[in-house]
Ligand binder design. Structure first.
Ligand SMILES: NC(=O)c1ccc[n+]([C@@H]2O[C@H](COP(=O)([O-])OP(=O)(O)OC[C@H]3O[C@@H](n4cnc5c(N)ncnc54)[C@H](O)[C@@H]3O)[C@@H](O)[C@H]2O)c1
Length: 390
């Protein structure tokens, strides 16, 4: 980092927390001109941090300077395990005061994302957030407005639009190879996380944890949804999880969501925490066709999960067998979102992952809950720049 010396020198004179905060907010500006590494701070050092931290460490443009968890022993353990050499903290306020950084990476319980992302933006930090960005669309949109006012970047998972298979399906659709598209289906389920209760608590559920991937893929390919109808249920009312023992399940663990897109296209997502799947989170050998898209001249089926896929089967002939296409994963991995967006700040480029897309998916989830509650079809108001790849 070209300005490391000056920052160290500055810190020698600024022991007070207030001065550290001032430095931290000023440094967002420094990044654009003098710094060639983005300093990131990870909040939430649980399961998914085991994927994020090593991926961030592969980037020459990113340095992890802070690790934070309300279970502080987890931040300390990850610091040692991955030899990060970061400062560790027990809460976001301490971290914002305690270490200068440019971008926060939010990997906590889903329900905490919105408040933490807001605090980070208010402190002048860019944000990459695991899904969802916030607990509802209005709160998410307020975050984006805040980010724009402060000239900061905000992005949300998932990163599915970055896969070569998404790119292939997008191209196939845009070239009209399937004819007039009518219907699509996405599905993602397993028997549910065993480690944390938040997945099953209010505002958790299989939609923001699992269905969100299919929603991002299908809206990314077919365009924004105009309206949503859904049925949600709780199949398994009690669970035993590592952090809280026996708990009551309060959020849907079984969901079917219908989305209406432009041109009378209808897509369907099903997701749940009660789906037997011997692959669970290990998707490498998964053969399921988890995304299927049908037109009147052809269809295509994505193999494996949309977040870790093994290719796309394309069927466009009455006589020839279906073909396996886009079997090469390239460098894409599902945990790359923070790295890719962080690097885009340093390079001054625009990543394909788009925050309005993440917000639109959040509105779909909220609309599905409203539809279940009222028995009605819910009109959506949000949209995003589409197509994502021209
Ligand atoms: N585990 C996975 O394989 C996986 C994959 C993709 C996405 N995700 C997403 O990542 C997020 C985290 O999931 P996870 O499985 O790692 O959960 P986890 O329970 O293993 O980890 C969450 C961590 O956040 C900490 N935390 C909670 N509130 C906090 C706060 N206010 N400040 C600081 N730390 C706080 C918890 O103590 C815990 O260590 C969720 O949004 C989840 O949907 C998880």
């Amino acid at each position: 980092m070209s300005n490391t010396l000056s920052r160290q020198k500055f810190l020698q004179y600024t022991a007070s927390a207030g001065a550290a905060m001032l430095l931290s907010s000023l440094e967002g500006f420094a990044l654009q001109s003098t710094q060639n590494k983005l300093r990131v701070a990870v909040i939430g050092c649980g399961s998914v941090s085991n994927r994020y931290i090593p991926h961030l460490q592969t980037s020459a443009l990113i340095e992890i300077v802070g690790l934070c968890d309300i279970k502080p022993e987890r931040a300390i353990a990850q610091n040692q395990q991955y030899k990060v050499n970061a400062k560790t903290f027990a809460n976001i306020d301490e971290m914002i005061k305690g270490v200068p950084f440019d971008m926060m990476i939010t990997l906590t319980d889903m329900q905490a994302h919105g408040d933490l992302n807001r605090k980070a933006l208010l402190a002048g930090k860019h944000v990459w957030s695991e899904k969802p960005l916030a607990n509802n669309y209005a709160a998410g949109k307020a975050l984006l407005d805040l980010a724009r006012r402060k000239k900061l970047h905000l992005w949300g998972a998932p990163a599915v639009v970055n896969s070569p298979q998404f790119e292939f399906m997008n191209k196939t659709l845009r070239e009209g190879k399937l004819g007039r598209v009518a219907s699509a289906h996405g599905q993602y389920g397993h028997t549910g996380p065993t480690w944390s209760a938040f997945f099953y608590e209010k505002l958790g559920g299989s939609m923001p944890d699992l269905g969100v991937y299919n929603m991002a893929t299908l809206t990314g390919l077919l365009g924004p949804a105009k309206s949503v109808v859904a049925m949600l249920s709780i199949v398994n009312p009690e669970r035993t999880v590592d952090d809280k023992g026996k708990i009551k399940v309060e959020a849907e663990d079984n969901a079917h969501i219908l989305m209406e897109h432009d041109n009378n296209v209808i897509s369907h997502v099903m997701c749940g925490f009660n789906y037997f799947d011997p692959h669970g989170h290990e998707a490498g050998t998964q053969a399921l066709h988890s995304i299927q898209i049908y037109g009147d001249y052809g269809n295509m089926r994505l193999i494996g999960y949309d977040w870790e896929t093994n290719g796309v089967v394309l069927d466009t002939s009455w006589t020839e067998p279906a073909k396996l296409m886009a079997a090469d994963k390239g460098s894409y991995v599902w945990q790359e979102g923070a790295t890719v967006t962080g690097e885009s700040i340093v390079k001054g480029t625009e990543p394909r992952i788009n925050v309005e897309h993440a917000l639109h998916v959040l509105e779909v989830i909220e609309a599905a809950r409203a539809s279940q509650l009222t028995g009605k079809r819910i009109q959506l108001k949000s949209s995003f720049p589409w197509p994502l790849i021209k």
